[in-house]
Design a protein around this ligand. Structure first.
Ligand code: ZN
Length: 294
């Protein structure tokens, strides 16, 4: 059984030019739940001035159905994000840092060590307040400024995050640099270092067309949780080099074709993807929408 973490409402919409109104975000999330998705990265607690599409995190969460079998996650990048998150009933904090100093200095104005120091306190406090806490490690498969990111650096950040209280780790290929051999190598190292019981997820972007190939490599290496985005949201045509996440319905179609359960209804997911195209008012990247289910 595959666990899908749907990140369209957060990673997808954050990288679209069109700002989607709160009511339509909520409608999207409800449709995803109806189709069987149980883990949704719904919001981001980032500075609304820096990321305007995510400014309505609190409103979105207030409007979502409360269900014991559905988990809503929110991105947290700093102490101020934590303070906002703790005032909501978000279930899981997705605490993020990248693992490359150059990338982190440009995006968060601090080195990885500085970020890990601050975020370890955020993780402790979040876990102590009864929230689930997942650690998300960006640029885990390469950095557009530094090139290769040494695996020992990624492992070191994961170790600190797990020590601080994260119960799961997601490795993110922020700018789509991973290849399938590398995915196998990185996953093997993680499972060797932290044990087979580590709850490990993978987050790929389709930047260089390798999203599904990397998902498959991760599956074959033993990973059972994958982030993806409905209709492949996230590739605003006016933002150079922005390419969306692995597409949810394309990934589900691959797994179902291989006889692997995802707990979701593909027909209903496909309808949601097509609806999303009408919301975004542009063709989206998903392939299954174009070809149909065989
Ligand atoms: Zn991403």
């Amino acid at each position: 059984m595959i666990e899908i973490c749907e990140v369209g409402p957060r990673d997808g919409l954050q990288n679209e030019c069109k700002i989607v109104p709160t009511a339509q975000k909520v409608e999207l999330i409800k449709k995803l739940i109806e189709a069987g998705i149980r883990n949704i990265e719904a919001v981001s607690f980032v500075n609304p001035k820096v990321v305007p599409p995510m400014a309505d995190a609190e409103e979105v969460l207030k409007s979502l159905p409360k269900r014991d079998d559905v988990r809503f996650g929110g991105l947290v990048l700093s102490r101020s994000g934590l303070e906002r998150a703790l005032k909501t009933d978000v279930d899981f904090l997705h605490v993020v840092t990248t693992t490359s100093d150059s990338f982190n200095l440009r995006n968060a104005k601090r080195t990885v060590d500085q970020a890990v120091g601050e975020l370890s306190l955020v993780i402790k406090e979040g876990a102590g307040s009864g929230k689930g806490v997942a650690g998300v490690l960006g640029t885990a498969f390469g950095c557009p400024f530094e090139g290769k990111v040494p695996l020992e650096n990624v492992l070191k950040v994961a170790e600190k995050f797990l020590e601080a209280g994260c119960t799961e780790i997601t490795l993110a290929d922020t700018t789509g640099m991973a290849n399938p051999n590398q995915v196998q190598e990185v996953v093997n190292s993680f499972l060797d270092t932290f044990g087979k019981d580590l709850s490990l997820g993978l987050h790929f972007h389709n930047t260089r067309g390798l999203g599904l190939a990397n998902v498959l490599a991760g599956y074959q290496a033993g990973v059972r949780r994958f982030d993806s985005s409905i209709a492949g949201l996230g590739g605003c045509p006016f933002a150079p080099k922005a390419v969306g996440n692995v597409c949810t319905e394309d990934m589900i179609n691959m797994f179902h074709g291989m006889g692997i359960d995802t707990g979701t209804d593909l027909t209903s997911i496909l309808e949601t993807a097509k609806w999303m195209e009408t919301v975004m008012e542009r063709p989206l990247d998903g392939m299954l929408m174009k070809a149909g289910i065989a």
